[in-house]
Design a protein. Structure first.
Length: 168
């Protein structure tokens, strides 16, 4: 008789996909936990205002000594001017928006501040975009405006401080 060999059970090989997914899942979990811990150590803590404080601020009640003082006060000699929005001489479709504050040597003079405000608006209408482009052009503009303010105020204005300067 012929011996027929018995069929031995064939061991199934583990799938390569399963062997890849398990280590990737483990590394992902470890990385996420490490990121969470590191983020907790580096992120600043934010203290939300208490509801009572938020309600008082919303109502406009402000206690003395709370918050920053306004920049434009007689004590520090600063006068905040209204925003100036005007078009340039060339190209005429470009607009400039400028907010400045004047630093007076003594107490701010409202009349002088208004005169300087109007002079700045007049001057900006004569400036071209090429004249004020880049840091050097901005510096020239600032020097020109400070010189004009010094002449108009007869030396009472010490400095012009730019708050915003936008060209559109």
């Amino acid at each position: 008789m012929v011996d027929i060999p018995e069929e031995q059970p064939v061991e199934k090989k583990k799938s390569g996909l399963v062997m890849t997914i398990v280590p990737v899942a483990i590394v992902t979990v470890v990385a996420a936990a490490g990121g969470w811990v590191l983020g907790g150590m580096l992120a600043p803590t934010v203290n939300a205002p208490k509801p009572a404080v938020a309600e008082k601020k919303a109502e406009g009640e402000k206690k003395e000594g709370e918050g920053l003082p306004p920049i434009s006060t007689e004590e520090n000699g600063v006068a905040q001017l209204e925003a100036i929005t005007t078009n340039l001489a060339f190209p005429a479709d470009k607009w400039v928006r400028l907010e400045v504050a004047l630093l007076f040597k003594d107490k701010p003079d409202v009349k002088i501040a208004e005169t300087i405000h109007q002079d700045i608006a007049r001057y900006l209408r004569t400036v071209t975009l090429q004249q004020i482009e880049g840091p050097r052009g901005f510096q020239y503009l600032k020097e020109d405006l400070e010189e004009r303010a010094d002449l108009l105020s007869e030396g009472k204005v010490e400095k012009i401080m730019f708050r915003t300067f936008v060209i559109e």
